[in-house]
Write a protein that binds this ligand. Structure first.
Ligand code: HEM
Ligand code: NAG
Ligand code: NAG
Ligand code: NAG
Ligand code: NAG
Ligand code: NAG
Length: 356
């Protein structure tokens, strides 16, 4: 199908006017990307903040040169942002500093505190360069993109134009949208299917676990009281040493072969029964996903291609655009509601005048 429409694009290039054919070739190339959400575009800040991408990339290069582990934290932050209530920067909001009516504290996500600081620092740099035009949700999406590339993964463009949400999700909504690592593949597949992610997307996105770390508490259910029989024995013994008890506070890497490099070794781990979470390892047990794991384990280019496609889908989940939401002046708090503030001031003045 794809090659036929590419052919016809080339044909129309030859037959029809140059203008039309250029348009058709764009359609043909665009087939490698999922549809772009209404209101987002690949050129969104080209005029309003032309240096956006170079500022983010050069700043993150500096950050990762000091500590490459921060890349994993940023990638995970974008995933959590998008899965809960859509990619609207809601994950960045401080519970305690939230606006009126938002009483629920966000649940504990073991997200890295540094990730929030990196994003706020970038927001400040971008405001200096362009004014307050770039949303915190777009900054989060761009940091995830650069985290992948600067860790050795593919370089790719993402559509921009997300707006920041005004509310954060309740604890229950967060839990409902982020399946636990003890989930089997069936649970993961059906959970992600509700977000229009198919088995290939699920296996590709799980490849995000090619970088980063986990706390013992996220996987000791596979060690105690008895070791998950699917888990490689030596791998399990080593994990037991790192996590001598279920409540140990230690951490370990998600991909033992290349913990800081974005590559396809995570899938090689799964083939060797060295996946850390049930949600990882079971992708190589379930018939619907086993073949995809095998394919990615032997073909890194294929993994990169499917990962980018799935990230573009994930990165556009329930985005706010246009006049929805706001551009935050501080990523951890929603903007002061100046309109109602102004209204109340005016009302006070009017009242005072009437009394006089
Ligand atoms: C499919 C369901 C998923 C589950 C059940 C899951 C679960 C987890 C858990 C439990 C941790 C470790 C938390 C801790 O104990 O510190 C973790 C870490 C991580 N996850 Fe996932 N995850 C999923 C999907 C994803 C996706 C889609 C991505 C990105 C594309 C991702 C990227 C990461 C990264 C990079 C880390 C390491 C974070 C760090 O080092 O700070 N995960 N995940
Ligand atoms: C969040 O994590 C911290 C430290 O890891 C812990 O002390 C706290 O009890 C956790 N809070 C919740 C609500 O789970
Ligand atoms: C997967 O987990 C769910 C929920 O725990 C359970 O009901 C189901 O039977 C499991 N499926 C398989 C194939 O193990
Ligand atoms: C893990 O934590 C325990 C204490 O809970 C400690 O004795 C042990 O040395 C730690 N192991 C590693 C590998 O950090
Ligand atoms: C953003 O808001 C938080 C919470 O009110 C505050 O602690 C922090 O200093 C603010 N950051 C900046 C850069 O203004
Ligand atoms: C609200 O007003 C304050 C003070 O004038 C200003 O600093 C802030 O940027 C305004 N917030 C919004 C959302 O316009």
């Amino acid at each position: 199908m794809a090659s036929i429409s590419c052919m016809s694009a080339i044909l129309s290039f030859l037959l029809i006017s140059i203008f039309l054919s250029v348009y058709n070739i764009e359609v043909c190339e665009a087939q490698a990307r999922p549809p772009t959400a209404k209101g987002l575009s690949y050129t969104f800040y080209d005029k309003s903040c032309p240096k956006l991408k170079s500022i983010v990339r050069s700043e993150l290069k500096k950050v990762f040169n000091k500590d490459i582990a921060q890349a994993a934290g940023l990638l995970r932050l974008h995933f959590h942002d998008c899965f809960v209530q859509g990619c609207d920067g809601s994950v960045l909001l401080d519970g305690s500093a939230s606006g009126p009516g938002e009483k629920e504290a966000p649940p504990n996500l073991t997200l890295r505190p540094e990730a929030f600081k990196i994003i706020e620092n970038l927001r400040g740099l971008l405001e200096k360069s362009c004014g307050r035009v770039v949303s915190c949700s777009d900054i989060t999406a761009l940091t995830a993109r650069d985290a992948v590339f600067l860790s050795g993964g593919p370089d790719y463009e993402i559509p921009l134009g997300r707006r920041d949400g005004l509310t954060f999700a309740t604890r229950q909504v967060t839990l409902d949208n982020l399946p636990p690592p003890s989930s089997n593949a069936s649970t993961i597949l059906s959970s992600l299917a509700t977000k229009n992610l198919d088995p290939t997307d699920v296996v590709a996105l799980s490849g995000g676990h090619t970088i980063g770390i986990s706390h013992c508490s996220s996987f000791t259910n596979r060690l105690y009281p008895t070791q998950d029989p699917v888990m490689d024995k030596t791998f399990g013994n080593n994990l037991r040493r790192t996590c001598p008890a279920a409540n140990t506070d230690n951490t370990t890497v998600l991909d033992i072969r290349s913990p800081n490099t974005f590559d396809n070794k995570y899938y090689v781990d799964l083939l060797n029964r060295q996946g850390l979470f049930t949600s990882d390892q079971d992708l190589y047990t379930d018939k619907r996903t086993k073949g995809i794991v095998s394919d990615f384990a032997v073909n890194q280019n294929l993994f990169f291609e499917k990962f980018v496609f799935a990230m573009l889908k994930m990165g556009q989940l329930n985005v706010l655009t246009g006049k929805q939401g706001e551009i935050r002046a501080n990523c951890s708090v929603r903007n002061a509601n100046n309109k109602s503030l102004l209204t109340s001031v005016v009302e006070d003045v009017v009242e005072t005048l009437i009394e006089m």
